[in-house]
Design a protein around this ligand. Structure first.
Ligand code: ADP
Length: 644
């Protein structure tokens, strides 16, 4: 009988698949320690099931033949096993797909239906053994299919594969490009084979061979160890990037709060110093020698304080730019005013050092421009200050030119050159880094933080401009900045860009004799400074050293304006304001509250306004800002304009 044994031609594809799948299994065998890639574990599982399914299928089509003498019960068992293995393979394929497209487990329902289907299918196949309604052998040895054969044997695999493909389609966006292609090809090829096999009623055995092709595609695209290594590396890079972002944020927060903490006492120091300057002016006639000395000391304190303030402002600027909070405030401005202002300031410094300062402006540049004047001023001053700082003899020059003039825009060229110490060629690439100071052995006597150029570079970038530097060591340097600006029509009234911080008496333009102010601050010196500024307005000024004291005063007196510090122990400024609103005894419910704090980060103004404050003043207090706010929030009849 066994002499009749032949391998049926329809299993040829399966035999070939078995061969190459075995090779694939052996190749992938060496990669077993690939960490925790769950998809890979399922993949290995899929490989094994597919190999077994192929083996059972080949055995079935070769030996499930009564003519070969195989007992009918064994033939039925082989046929049953064959169909179970096919369904299992497609089930695992679907689970594998699900692992990729649904790692958060959102599509659990689809999986539960799949399990129910699989167990129902198993039960039906077992019941079929005695009841013979799906597949069976007649006593004469003829293999029979019942009408339920195709629906039962093929429904489950087709369900698994189509639900897998649908999941893929719906969640395609969550996959990387490589996964998209590999998973789509693998599932379409497998489904194709299964459908052809069902359509031909099993005459062509394509379901498993096509499934094996799918496995091949999967292995060489997304399951190789080097691809997994790449994924792992990407993941650790992502985590490292997250850590770096967190650490950077922590650094920015630290710098922001440190500079806030430093600005508060510095505000007091500069404010008190300004008071000393004012008082000494008044006492000039009594003892000029003594007052001159005091004045000189006070001016030195003022200079050093301003330097310290500018360092803190640099740090604040840097943290603002880094955290994306630096806002540009474009407005109309007059270029010539700006250049003159900057020029006057730098000329004094240059001349003090015995340098000549030359300024050239292309006369064709329109005077009325639209842009962030403050930032452009900062860029010019930074570059010019450096040029003066790093030049011992010769000259410093600023050339303002225009590029790409159009009807409404132009590119402003700022070229700052000097005949100073120059920069070594190898230092040039790192010159714009944070806290980068170069050539320290020559520069150690020159004050600096190494932040100026970094800020200039970032600000230029914010304004869509760029900056370049050329230098010859020992001969001098040239910094060139280009910034696109809009051109404004001449009718625009430009802002007060050229105004300088004035002395109290010079700048007060009105009095408010009928007004009563409340200033709340836990810091005695800050209170004194604010009080002194407000004194200039000739109103009545009350002070409170805590939130509680302020609440009490608000119950007793009606104020026209209340100035509130934010950071105070126990009750902070915001909490005090909120409590005052809910205090039935408070007679200042309608009084405007002005937040007066050293918290100078960009965006805080809006935060305070959102909380209900009428305005915001940052410390150190600028008298002009104080005047603006007071004028804005007091009724016009309470303001007496001075005839200066
Ligand atoms: P710093 O506060 O140290 O001046 P900057 O960021 O402004 O910081 O400059 C960084 C470094 O670049 C300086 O320490 C200096 O070595 C070099 N540098 C900047 N401008 C010039 C210049 N005009 N000539 C020579 N060296 C310069």
């Amino acid at each position: 009988m066994i002499a009749n044994y032949t391998i049926p031609p329809k299993t040829y594809f399966e035999i070939a698949s078995l061969g190459y799948l075995l090779v694939l299994y052996l190749i992938s065998f060496r990669d077993k320690n690939r960490g925790s890639f769950r998809s890979y574990k399922l993949f290995r599982y899929l490989e094994v099931i597919m190999l077994l399914a192929l083996l059972v299928s080949i055995l079935t089509y070769t030996f499930a033949n009564p003519e070969l003498g195989t007992p009918l019960s064994v033939c039925t068992l082989l046929r049953t096993m064959d169909s179970i293995m096919c369904v299992m393979a497609s089930r695992i394929f679907a689970v594998y797909l699900m692992e990729y497209v649904d790692s958060e487990g959102r599509l659990k329902k689809v999986s539960i239906i799949g399990n129910i289907l699989f167990f129902s299918y198993l039960i039906l196949m077992i019941i079929n053994l005695p009841l013979k309604f799906i597949l069976w052998y007649t006593p004469e040895g003829t293999y029979m299919h019942g009408p339920l054969f195709v629906p039962i044997v093929f429904t489950a695999p087709v369900y698994y594969l189509t639900s897998g493909i649908l999941m893929l389609i719906f969640r395609l966006k969550t996959l990387g490009p490589r996964e998209k292609v590999a998973l789509s090809i693998a599932s379409i090829v497998t489904l194709f084979g299964t459908v052809i096999q069902a359509a031909t009623n099993g005459i062509i055995l394509l379901s498993l061979p096509f499934g094996s092709i799918g496995i091949f595609v999967l292995y060489f695209s997304i399951e190789t160890s080097d691809y997994h290594q790449l994924l792992k590396n990407n993941e650790s890079l992502r985590l490292a990037e997250q850590d770096a972002i967190k650490a950077n944020r922590a650094k920015s927060d630290f710098l922001a709060s440190m500079s806030h903490e430093i600005r508060t006492p510095l505000n007091a120091v500069l404010g008190m110093d300004e008071l000393i300057l004012l008082e000494t002016d008044k006492m000039k006639d009594i003892d000029p020698m003594f007052t001159d000395r005091i004045k000189e000391y006070a001016e030195n304190i003022q200079d050093a304080g301003q330097v310290l303030l500018s360092v803190i402002n640099d740090i604040l600027d840097l943290t603002k730019i880094e955290s994306g909070k630096m806002e540009l405030k474009p407005a109309p401005y007059r270029l010539h005013d700006l250049i003159n202002d900057v020029g006057t300031m730098v000329r004094v410094r240059a001349e003090q050092k015995g340098l000549s300062y030359v300024q050239k402006v292309d006369p064709a540049i329109p005077d009325h421009l639209f842009g962030d004047e403050l930032r452009i001023r900062q860029i010019m001053i930074n570059l010019l200050n450096n040029a003066v700082k790093y030049t011992d003899s010769g000259k410093v020059e600023m050339d303002i030119t225009m590029k790409d003039p159009a009807e409404n825009s132009l590119t402003l060229g700022i070229r700052v050159s000097d005949t100073g110490i120059g920069i070594k060629e190898e230092d040039i690439p790192s010159i714009f880094g944070d806290f980068q100071r170069l050539d320290e052995e020559h520069n150690h006597k020159i004050e600096g933080t190494g932040l100026g150029l970094s800020i200039v570079k970032r600000m230029t970038g914010l304004m869509n401009g760029d900056i370049n530097v050329t230098s010859r060591y020992g001969e001098g340097s040239v910094f060139t900045v280009s910034i696109p600006q809009k051109i404004c029509s001449e009718s625009y009234e430009t802002g007060s860009g050229s105004e300088k911080r004035g002395k109290l008496a010079d700048v007060i333009t009105y009095h408010t004799p009928d007004c009563r102010y409340l200033v709340v601050d836990d810091n005695r010196l800050n209170l004194l400074v604010a009080k002194r500024f407000l004194d200039g307005l000739c109103g009545q000024i009350d002070t409170a050293r805590s939130g509680e004291e302020a609440l009490q005063k608000m119950r007793q007196e009606k104020y026209d304006l209340i100035f509130m510090d934010h950071m105070m122990p126990d009750l902070d400024g915001v909490r005090t304001y909120e409590m005052s609103l809910n205090d039935p005894a408070n007679i200042n419910i309608k009084t405007p509250f002005i937040m007066m704090t050293a918290n100078a980060l960009s965006g805080v103004r809006e935060e305070y306004l959102d909380k209900g404050f009428s305005d915001y003043i940052s410390k150190p207090i600028e008298i002009k800002e104080l005047l603006r706010v007071v004028e804005l929030h007091l009724p016009a009849e309470k303001i007496v304009t001075l005839n200066l």
